[in-house]
Design a protein around this ligand. Sequence first.
Ligand code: ADP
Length: 543
Amino acid sequence: MNGLMQDWPLLCHRIIDHAAINHGNRKVISRSVEGPIVETTYAEIRARALKVAQRLTRDGVRPGDRVATLAWNTGRHLEAWYGILGCGAVYHTLNPRLYPEQIAYIANHAEDRVMMADISFVPLLESLAPKLPTVERTILLTDKANMPKTSLKNAVAYEEWIGEVDGDFRWAGLDENSAAGMCYTSGTTGNPKGVLYSHRSNVLHALGGNSAEMLGLNSHSVMMPVVPMFHANGWSIPFTAPMAGATLVMPGPKMDGASIFEMLDRYQVTATAGVPTVWFMLLAYLEESGKKLEHLERVIVGGSACPRAMTKTFQEKYGVEVSHAWGMTEMSPLGSTCAITPEVAHLSGDERLDLQEKQGRAPFLVEMKITDDAGKEIPWDGKTFGRLKVRGPAIARSYYKAEGGNVLDDEGYFDTNDVATIDEHGYMRITDRSKDVIKSGGEWISSIDLENLAVGHPSVAEAAVIGVPHPKWDERPLLVVVAKPGQQPDKAEILKFMEGKIAKWWMPDDIAFVKEIPHTATGKIQKTTLREQFRGYRLPTAD
Ligand code: ADP
């Protein structure tokens, strides 16, 4: 027997409809690429997204066509997303921090027909133009007054372009399984691979991702996503914030400590989200300026492990709660947050910080398991490491154009390529990416644990650990350190600091000081480059 409920496909544009109807005056405040800070509302965003959808349709864009965006977080970028998916096309975020050849590869692989870009990317796009044969026109997210001179094909200023239609448009009626968005993984190994979100997966993910112990946004929240919309579906905030009716503060192109602070402070942001690299910059700015975070209640840290020292500083010095989160592009992307359940609510001080180093528990719609290399499940004892595998309705079942073949195991789980433990309360802890774990004498050493510990030393700004070949142990850890400005820590002092806090055989065999640690386009430590840089490095223990 079937239920007798209405057939109401889960379509992403219903989220902006809901926001416009029920939270229409709630603000979306953006630092524009042109410079000034501009304010709009969800009602306006929806009205203008309808124009985008209408205008794209008039330009001949059809359901399923890919429309690329190359843009920072702004209200216009948000309108573009809803307009694109609202006419049945697919928003495809391009990451401007990738190498130009990678951007061209990705745009060609996706066969993007239209490009919607910030004016600051005109020189990049002009240099790439000969390599982007599928792109028929470029819409620059600006007005006539700020429109640069450009040789780009059929280039037009966004405001003029949407000014030619009246917004009298009905969102496309679609099957909820239709594609809505696309994002490529940065491809630290092999070519980038396309992840294709559906309307249904985005809506379900936003519901699960905004549940109370995940993002937990509501109409009182003022959320600033520092994580760019081009990084892993913008951590779903373009959907969760309007769904919850939260005020949105968009940082635009400026991600330095002073600019982030200005937005947090001026607009009384209560929750923000981003990778550890940006929080390092914010904390350094706070330290040198003596400023305080008056309004911020919560910072969601993910993309890379949040070092314990960062959690401690945010919480103890600035009174801001840290939510450690984990996820990946293939998971839409939120996979866990470290929320406090009754079983662990009694923990305080160092024990609570120990817990917060974990990436946390899965929300509804995400199922996790850990297995050995043969695929056999291993226990949730908080100690045994294994491959972390996940399944759920907002987790990829395949990459675009079946790149990489079958990615699911017999039970439908996707291998995250992360190595993790899960404890008896369901708290998962990432110990490494499977290719970064250090294999010493048949046992595994977690590079993340060593890095977290090393950045706790007062003179260490950033730390990375890689495995270096060793004649006896196969691999041993080398700690690579960037010192804080004006500090010159020595090896012995750092090793002494680490001693006793980890197993003896986990201690790095050597420390190398560098000016800078390389990062990927999504702010992670680029271990491949680092391994290349230290190829042939001879550990003092190797003799
Ligand atoms: P990309 O690989 O394109 O940079 P993703 O955001 O999809 O972007 O990367 C996902 C990976 O990032 C995860 O598989 C995991 O290795 C790492 N990651 C994400 N969040 C955390 C976290 N809190 N702690 C440790 N690693 C994390």
